[in-house]
Design a protein around this ligand. Sequence first.
Ligand code: S3P
Length: 428
Amino acid sequence: MAGTAVPLRVSGTVRAPGDKSITHRALMLAAAMRGVSVIRGALTSADARSTAACLRALGVGVSPVRAGAVVRVNGRAWRRPKRSLHCGNSGTTARLLLGFLATKRFAVRVTGDASLRRRPMVRVTQPLVAMGASITLERGDGLPLRIRGGTLHAVEWTLPVATAQVKSAVLFAGLGAGVRVTVREPVRSRDHTERLLHALGAPIARRDATVTLEEAPGWLTDCPPLDLTIPGDASSAAFLVAAALVAGAGELRIEGVGLNPTRTGYLDVLARMGAVVTREALREVAGEPVGDLVARPARLVGTVVTPTEIPSLIDEIPVLAILASRADGETVFREAGELRVKESDRLALLAANLRALGVASEVVGNDLHVLGTDRPPRGNVDTARDHRLTMAFAVLGHLPRSDVRLSERMSAGVSFPRFFEILGRVTA
Ligand code: S3P
């Protein structure tokens, strides 16, 4: 984009890819049920394929996870896989699957790519071991690990940090084993598992940030197979919203986006920063609020993102930091330490890459500070093959007179197939 001074125009109507969190949950639940489930609108990215591949290795029939296709999952009793289960880059695949594997009477080794092997697993193995699973980590706190499930007992677990992956793993273990589980979080994390199970009639209840699944032996295998439509991913939509906000002209509509309030913290922060992103055509799909997002160019001002807001926008901090770099004044993300253990150390890499583009940014303790500027971003960005860093910085690369050189673009396909094609289309 270097050299052009024409204001960026972002316009059109697009559809966000299927929600990643709900796709993982739907595939796994369907695989653990009996009979053929039908899943429409599933995400078809690399992460979703990692889950499908693991389920196939466990003996479950999963039809190809490809663009436009309805995914059919032939749920059955899982069998011991011949090889290690490889979760690719997907933390959600690894952690949620462990919840189900904790109930199986066979041993299996679970691993992932270099990024996933660096991510913490003890946070999920601890409650599963407390319930009765045997788990051996080959080294330190990460993958690979070996799990042998068995007869599990009820558990009441308090999480020191809000994490939907661990919460869901414990709920799935309780569901598979037919035992009562309670999970307490400091702040409520995304609640797709709870909503899906509630919509299916499971005995699940929540109070504030505590969720309890009652003892329900046989519920999972007695439950009729799923017939589910998955909403668009609010996190993927956020990159497109950001492109529309930093533009100088145009209006972008993103259709069919999941608007679960445990995921839309970024829209509240953007409203505080002066953006007008309207939610239209609101409806409900399988217990999840869904709507269209309409975004237009905006003059943004800095804000403070508080610790209690972090879980509701944890995956949007990269793109919010990018927007903060174009806002008037400073933005601070308070207590964002969880970013260190995502697909990369997002806290350090956001600050370093923003600085490389001429933006003042630093990490102080667990807080990320970003000072906005009008200067065109120019420089090299090390994406560390982290999809959300790649997509966030790609948005900046569309600004007039910018020159943002990404170290790679492939990683976007982890969560957003055809991201660059769609971004190119709406900015053309
Ligand atoms: C997810 C939960 C979050 C999020 C991740 C998906 C999920 O992780 O960052 O992209 O689907 O449950 P944590 O639970 O580790 O915070």
